[in-house]
Design a protein around this ligand. Structure first.
Ligand code: ADP
Ligand code: ZN
Ligand code: ZN
Length: 803
């Protein structure tokens, strides 16, 4: 008889916790299901990992409640969670929680039950049946079954007071619980109704009969919200019919905007070559990884679609991961158009309950094609045959909070255990992936040309130092870029202008002493936002007014510096008053909708010029764009990060790739003050191979990835002396490092203060992944032994940004 169960809880402790199972749960809890269990004064939802009969030899508490009758995590996903936990040094409980998008399932509340004393008392009370005061009512209801506070309050107006007094008398017991959300409670517009084949028993109320009659006359499923206008009381009637099982109510699939539908294309020769190899890989049912390196506009998507077809043809399912920003309804629409209702979309922008619905559908086997962002890699698909990671170099695959996993790398590990194929696609593959392709670990597939022999855009570098010498003006736009935009406008073509920063003017500085106004929490320059008339910190959200005088030297020469996208938009308006200009950055776009709206309007040519930050660089396929202007190509080069050059190269290449995707050829102007920097030069020539060779030399020389395994160990504390002392002690504890390892620091982190915490970091490069992992485990043990707070130590394995 399994009397115990080991539960993994979402707490920053790397262990499972043993609980006893109450009799009622002893046969019901299965490994992989969620349970609610007491943890100190709290009740936490965790995943049962093992159900057993080994007495832990000490007093353990009961599990409170079982949430899932059927396990939510399969053995396969639990094993994947364990791998992530080990590799990224993250507590398993936190890993498992981030694998499950099911927060919407649980709601907390109170449940009341009669005690034995209460039961006796209720018998006394019921003798006086005429007594219908609040107390009696509540007692009678509770005599029938345990009820929630919410339910009681709805039925009995004075329940609140009565419950308190009953509790004092010891007649009722209260339990704080987390409850499943009732799907029938969803708003009508979010539900789809369909009749069942069951026959009504007895006579139904009028509204329900009417609704059934309507459904009989109009076969198929309907949105319940729509029916409200057609059938009197449809919403209430539907819920009541659902309880009688005469209709089913299911969550409405997400509304996907009609997207420009891509008919399947006949693959060209390069696409066919690539697909043939991928298709053979899928059929072999053996794990293998392909790197699909295709220039911008080479038709990678079409290869993915064919690969998915191939997986489906083998009765296996497929998972496609795309970067956060790229998963627009338009993109989702393409997949619906091609695969119909076999597709499920998982996206962090959807509400919790929408995501939970999609997730359940996948688990139930109702979707064999899943499109998702980073956490989509955990989709509970069965018989996985293919994982595609589009834009595999993209930073949004790396989660920047615990567990700090990289979705692309997790995809590969998952595919390996499932015997599935992985396709990593990019026009600018990460150094690591491309290196793995040259070492033979991945199979390299290339699409060297654009579709239909469309030319690559012609890129011009504009030396802004020269421009200044000639014009003696600190202009945002070079003359040649302005002329080129003018030409597009007169030809009725569209232009995109990329800027690397948001805000009206990047920052405020003092002309006398040169000091910048910085965030009080983060030691980072604040950004000026004209619309709010405030300086904002992009890390912690701190805001302040522009100071009248310099905080350092009290001079009044406070001055706005740099050019943000707002300012760029203004200058364009001034130059081209007749042009319609849209702006796309995190200031104008707060929701997914807006982002989509602006892009759609641009695609439909309601705007002539689109100004934006990184957001405009990715993936969008807008045929009428013939000009791309990059205001300051070098901004990213100053970042204190060994990937600065790679990032700059990727961004410039990607944004240049937005030009000339239709029938008209494209031109790109990149304004720079570092025209000789290899990242700018080679992006200008769109010469990935040369960039790869050059950058690889640098990485080899510096022993940066892919020539080492790297981790960033960050120590945080509210007081600077604590952060410094703790990180120094940790450094001592870890040294001397093994021979093939190098520990740098502790040093002030590039952002020395963030959200009112001081930060010091140790950067570790190791020739051996295994030894790195062992060292990090030692760091964790040290923190535990020293009784550091659970959040003081942050370990980031394969860090993406060192900020
Ligand atoms: P990438 O993702 O490589 O930048 P896309 O997949 O967006 O490129 O393809 C670019 C354009 O080429 C799209 O409009 C797509 O519909 C079109 N396309 C793709 N493959 C073919 C093909 N074999 N024949 C004609 N057009 C194609
Ligand atoms: Zn000053
Ligand atoms: Zn800040």
């Amino acid at each position: 008889m399994p009397r115990f169960c080991d539960v993994s809880l979402p707490v920053p402790l790397d262990q499972t916790f043993t609980y006893s199972l109450p009799l009622t749960l002893q046969h019901r809890v299965k490994a992989g299901a969620r349970v609610v269990a007491p943890f100190g004064p709290r009740k936490l939802t965790g995943v049962a990992l093992r159900v057993h009969d080994e007495d832990p030899g000490m007093a353990v508490k009961d599990v409170f409640r079982l949430i899932d009758i059927e396990p939510v995590l399969s053995d396969e996903l639990i094993a994947l969670g364990r791998w992530i936990s080990g590799y990224y040094c993250a507590p398993l409980g936190e890993v498992l929680r981030s694998m499950l998008p099911l927060a919407a399932d649980i709601r907390s509340g109170k449940i009341y039950t009669l005690t034995d004393a209460g039961r006796d008392a209720s018998k006394q009370l019921s003798i006086d049946a005429a007594n219908d005061d609040a107390l009696n009512q509540v007692m009678q209801m509770l005599a029938a079954r345990s009820l929630s506070a919410a339910h009681l309050k709805k039925k009995v107006p004075l329940a609140d007071r009565v419950l308190k007094s009953l509790e004092r008398k010891g007649w009722i017991a209260v339990e704080h619980v987390q409850q499943d959300r009732d799907p029938l409670r969803a708003p009508s517009a979010k539900l789809r109704i369909a009749p069942t084949t069951a026959e009504p028993q007895g006579k139904l109320p009028k509204a329900e009969r009417e609704l059934l009659a309507y459904l009989a006359l109009h076969p198929g499923t309907h949105n319940l919200g729509d029916l409200e206008e057609l059938v009197h009381n449809a919403s209430t009637a539907a819920r009541s019919l659902a309880r009688r099982q005469l209709v089913t109510l299911t969550p409405e699939p997400l509304a996907i905007r009609s997207a420009p539908i891509r008919a399947p294309h006949e693959l060209n020769a390069a696409q066919r070559n690539a697909f043939d190899l991928i298709g053979a890989g899928i059929e072999s049912r053996k794990f293998c990884t392909f790197l699909l390196h295709g220039v911008t506009g080479s038709g990678k998507t079409e290869v993915y679609l064919n690969a998915i077809d191939a997986a489906l043809a083998c009765s296996r399912s497929a998972l496609l991961l795309v970067p956060e920003i790229a998963l627009t309804p338009a993109v989702a629409g393409q997949f619906y158009a091609r695969f119909g209702d076999r597709v499920a979309i998982l996206h962090s922008a959807f509400s919790d309950s929408e995501r939970a619905d999609q997730w359940r559908r996948i688990r139930a086997g109702g979707a064999s094609v899943v499109v998702g962002t980073r956490s989509g890699v955990f989709a509970p698909v069965r018989t996985l045959g293919l994982i595609v990671v589009d834009e595999e170099h993209d930073a949004s695959y790396k989660q920047e909070e615990t567990p700090r996993y990289n979705g692309r790398d997790v995809a590969i590990v998952r595919a390996q255990s499932a015997g599935a194929c992985v396709v990593l696609g990019s026009a600018t593959p990460s150094l690591e992936s491309r290196f793995n392709a040259s070492s033979g670990k991945y199979t390299l597939l290339e699409l060297p040309d654009r579709i239909a022999e469309r030319p690559m855009p012609v890129v011009h570098l504009v030396d802004m130092r020269q421009e200044f010498l000639e014009t003696r003006k600190h202009a945002i736009f070079s003359r040649v870029l302005i002329e080129s935009i003018r030409e597009r406008l007169s030809n009725n073509e569209q232009a995109m202008v990329l800027l690397n920063r948001r805000g009206f003017s990047s920052f405020v500085a003092c002309r006398s002493c040169g000091a910048r106004v910085e965030c009080i929490n983060c030691a980072l320059t604040l950004t000026w936002h004209r619309r709010d008339r405030r300086l904002l910190c992009h890390y912690c959200g701190y805001a302040e007014k522009v100071p009248q005088v310099c905080p350092k030297c009290q001079s009044e020469h406070i001055h706005f510096m740099g050019a943000g996208s707002e300012r760029v938009e203004d200058e364009l308006h001034a130059e081209f008053p007749e042009a319609k200009i849209a702006r796309l950055d995190r200031d104008t776009v707060t929701g997914k909708r807006q982002f989509e709206d602006i892009l759609n309007n641009f695609r439909e040519r309601n705007f002539d010029i689109l100004v934006g930050t990184q957001m405009i660089a990715k993936g969008h396929d807008i045929p009428n764009v013939t000009l791309v202007g990059v205001v300051s190509a070098d901004v990213g080069l100053g970042m204190p990060d060994f990937r600065a050059a790679e990032r700059t190269f990727q961004l410039l290449t990607q944004v240049a790739g937005r030009a000339g995707r239709g029938h008209l050829p494209g031109v790109v102007y990149m304004q720079t003050i570092n025209p000789d920097h290899y990242a700018v030069q080679l992006a200008g020539r769109q010469d990935y191979q040369a960039f790869f060779d050059k950058e690889l030399q640098f990485r080899r020389f510096m022993r940066y990835p892919p020539f080492s395994a790297m981790a960033n160990v960050l120590v945080r504390a509210a007081k600077q002396e604590d952060a410094l002392r703790m990180s120094t002690e940790l450094g001592h504890h870890l040294t001397p490092a093994p021979e093939n390892m190098k520990i740098m620091g502790p040093a002030e982190a590039p952002v020395p203060r963030l959200k009112a915490e001081f930060r010091y970091q140790l950067l570790i490069k190791s020739g051996s992944r295994k030894e790195l992992n062992a060292l990090l485990k030692r760091a964790q043990e040290f923190a535990r032994a020293q009784k550091w707070s659970a959040t003081a130590l942050v370990i980031d394995v394969d860090p993406f940004t060192l900020m």
